[in-house]
Design a protein around this ligand. Structure first.
Ligand code: FES
Length: 336
């Protein structure tokens, strides 16, 4: 009997998946080591129940999803009921209710990504893998899900694998990505840390290293994050001499011109912004190729990556009768 029973009625009312958690007999057991690590997590917080989220990530890292056994362990350690733990586990989409594949592929189909082709990417990947939302391929390599905004709209359309970013995807690049994953490869994410797998990243989210030793952990440090699209708004504001109006009750910063914050204002020397000048300094100060490459990648003057196209560019635009036309398709302006 599942600790997290659901019902068809619940699904009908809420539109959410309220199906019962799946129970499998062949899962790795939650051992005393897991229990000890749960207690380590609890010791990090003044109030033990604050540890629930990382504890759920921990049991998920062992068994691949939050099982009734995992719910029971968290409840027992925290002095909560299984219903209380289950209520939390079923609220957050990062906690899975059935076995996951080695990798979790999330395709953003929220507004901005959808406008740029996110739904087309999801449909193509689902068709290629033969699965729907929240289903796992028969070979156990990939669980696919569509996701709400992944907080990377500036890089839309976005796909994540085990929460690592693969930015500015299109149908072709997304299909190449999942093919590589099924071959057992781990393509480098566009930014951030190297790809691991779903259980590994769940362990990391619980606050433990997923790496065998310190050297491996050091080798997997985060890579560059903010890039050209992230900083474009600041850059354009600087070029146009624009600034955000001051907040009504904001205290003026010492020495700051409230009408034009220095952070987005070109300086007097050739229109260089303070951010660009700081990036120049970082590039110049880099004392090894890797550091220089990272600094250059984050430089606001870096050129837009080549090859990005609106995913719908080749879709014929419908005419007034809703029939597809030949010739140029719809296009979505991406430059502001
Ligand atoms: S809408 Fe896709 S990342 Fe925000």
């Amino acid at each position: 009997m599942s600790a997290l029973p659901g019902s068809a009625e619940g699904t009908a009312v809420t539109g959410l998946d309220s199906s019962a958690v799946e129970v499998h007999e062949d899962l790795p057991p939650l051992t005393e080591t897991t229990r000890t690590e749960c207690r380590e997590i609890m010791a990090r917080y003044p109030v033990p129940r604050s540890a629930l989220l990382p504890m759920l990530h921990l049991v998920q890292s062992v068994q691949g999803y939050v099982t009734p056994e995992g719910v029971a362990l968290c409840a027992q350690e925290l002095g909560l009921t299984k219903a209380e733990v289950g209520a939390v586990a079923t609220f957050y989409t990062m906690f899975k209710r059935r076995p996951t594949g080695r990798h979790l592929v999330s395709v953003c189909t929220n507004t901005l990504c959808a406008v740029l082709g996110g739904q087309r990417i999801f449909d193509a990947v689902a068709g290629e893998l033969g699965v729907h939302h929240d289903e796992t391929t028969a070979d156990g390599s990939i669980t696919l899900e569509h996701a709400e905004c992944l907080a990377a709209c500036d890089y839309a359309p976005v796909v994540t694998v085990d929460y690592e970013f693969y930015d500015q995807q299109d149908v072709g690049s997304a299909l190449e990505l999942v093919a590589a994953l099924r071959r057992g490869e781990k393509p480098d994410p566009t930014r951030g840390a190297p790809l691991t797998d779903f259980r590994g990243i769940s362990r990391q989210l619980a606050g433990f290293s997923q790496h065998a030793d310190d050297a491996a952990a050091r080798a997997a440090v985060d890579g560059p994050s903010a890039g050209v699209p992230t900083l474009r708004g600041v850059r354009l504001a600087a070029e146009r001499g624009e600034s955000a109006p001051a907040m009504p009750d904001a205290e003026p910063r010492p020495g700051a011109d409230a009408a034009a914050p220095a952070a987005v204002r070109p300086d007097a020397d050739g229109g260089r912004t303070p951010g660009a000048a700081a990036a120049d300094t970082q590039v110049a100060a880099a004392d090894n190729p890797a550091e220089r490459s990272g600094a250059e990648q984050n430089h606001p003057d870096r050129a837009e990556p080549a090859g990005r196209e609106a995913a719908d560019r080749d879709a014929p635009a419908p005419d007034a009768d809703g029939q597809a036309q030949s010739g140029s398709g719809t296009s979505v302006p991406r430059e502001v």
